[in-house]
Write a protein that binds this ligand. Structure first.
Ligand code: SF4
Length: 397
């Protein structure tokens, strides 16, 4: 690597050279984490014919130049914060060392090889932490909750992405619920038609309520590898509350289907739960239940190599673990610390406790209370019955 190689710069991020995030309705940005306020309004595919037009425009060129000179970008602040806080790998550093997306990286010729797609908000559920931008099912409650008109369905003509498909190595699908979004399948069709599919890894974030269709299973046979990150945010009534109107029986059925795929396809399935006030005490139970399912349905045994990755919720900020009063944080810590079944999951649980204890955001409790009580009323649910250990949060004044 020569000194003039952008990769030698302290703020270099490969995402600026080989990736695009295509968000609701077709708004684009350098990665999922890059701050929206730092993205020009014009970064929207409704104004362009092809994704490359945006990837090669002045905004992205300027970003690459600044990164090459070692300048910090305001949109990337969360990565720099992670580095300053001593996290083992910030997202930037994680992407820079990912071989399968970077092995063909040529910094003199930026080219999209990794896409993250969230352009369609079609979804069958309305999670407590979500909003209409990412779920069509949120529309009704949104009006009652905020008085604002909901957005309706957001979508994009997949033809605008067709020209990047032959060079792709990795596609990540979020949503909406990816298994309900038919336009995502059209991209897979393009990849099969051009012969690119055999080089592409697929990664889905799915809500565990929609089985994989036969058509999708047939398409997956053409691809290199498929990863399924399931949003198991609770067991039984806890997931039903967090991810309304999820039904637990359906979660059990879909879990069986997804885990069983590993017996006849190159598919890996793991947990990516989002932890917040509503479900944090359920975490040890979530892991025990997931272990039972892996041991029963998949071709592997649950252990250190298993994918179980609970992460803290950052937004909406009033649902964050940091909002809990000090004595509740201590109670949560006693329930979680070193409780994981593997060394890795113990580390994750301890990391969640450290995150929770690092900052006091208890001033947001009134907002937590208001949001929770309003939605409980709208949905005929009751946080106090669901989590009696934290029921007092709704009666504090
Ligand atoms: S430095 Fe972080 S926020 Fe910026 S493009 Fe890279 S991964 Fe995204």
């Amino acid at each position: 690597m020569s000194l003039s190689d952008p990769r030698a710069s302290r703020t270099f991020c490969s995402q600026a050279w080989n990736h695009q995030f295509v968000g609701p309705g077709g708004r684009t940005k350098p990665c999922c984490r890059f701050r929206w306020p730092e993205v020009p309004e014009k970064n929207h595919l409704d104004r362009y014919d092809r994704l490359e037009d945006l990837f090669n425009d002045a905004f992205m060129n300027d970003l690459r130049e600044k990164m090459s000179r070692g300048e910090e970008l305001p949109g990337c602040q969360r990565c720099y914060d992670e580095e300053k806080a001593g996290k083992r790998l910030s997202l930037r550093q994680y992407y820079n060392q990912e071989r399968h997306i970077n092995e063909e990286l040529d910094t003199s010729q930026p080219r999209i090889s990794y896409l993250e797609l969230s352009f369609d908000n079609t979804c069958n559920i309305r999670c407590r932490m979500c909003e209409p931008l990412y779920s069509t099912n949120w529309q009704k409650d949104w009006k009652a909750l905020t008085g604002k008109e909901p957005l309706g369905r957001l979508k994009l003509d997949p033809e605008k992405l067709r020209s990047v498909v032959p060079h792709l190595r990795h596609i990540k699908f979020t949503g909406g619920e990816p298994f309900l979004i038919r336009d995502y399948e059209r991209l897979l069709d393009f990849a099969v038609e051009t012969g690119a599919a055999k080089n592409i890894y697929l990664n889905y974030s799915t809500n565990l309520t929609v089985p994989v269709s036969d058509r999708l299973l047939k398409l997956w046979e053409h691809f290199k590898y498929v990863e399924l990150a399931v949003s198991l945010d609770g067991v039984g009534p806890v997931i039903e509350y967090v991810r309304h109107p999820t039904r637990w029986q359906q979660v059990e059925k879909v879990t069986e289907q997804l885990l069983s795929l590993s017996k006849f396809m190159d598919v890996r399935c793991g947990v990516r739960s989002t932890m917040m006030i509503y479900n944090i005490l359920n975490l040890p139970k979530i892991e025990r239940w997931w272990k039972e399912q892996v041991d029963t349905w998949s071709n592997a045994t649950y252990g250190e190599e298993s994918w179980f990755n609970p992460a803290h919720l950052a937004f909406p900020d009033d649902l964050s673990l940091r909002v809990l009063p000090e004595k509740d944080k201590e109670m949560v810590k006693r329930a979680l610390w070193d409780q994981g079944l593997t060394r890795k999951s113990r580390k994750s649980m301890n990391h969640l406790c450290n995150y929770m204890l690092q900052e006091d955001h208890s001033q947001l409790l009134p907002r937590f209370r208001e949001r929770t009580m309003k939605l409980d009323k709208l949905r005929g649910e009751d946080f106090r019955n669901l989590v009696p250990e934290l029921a007092h949060l709704l009666s504090l004044s």
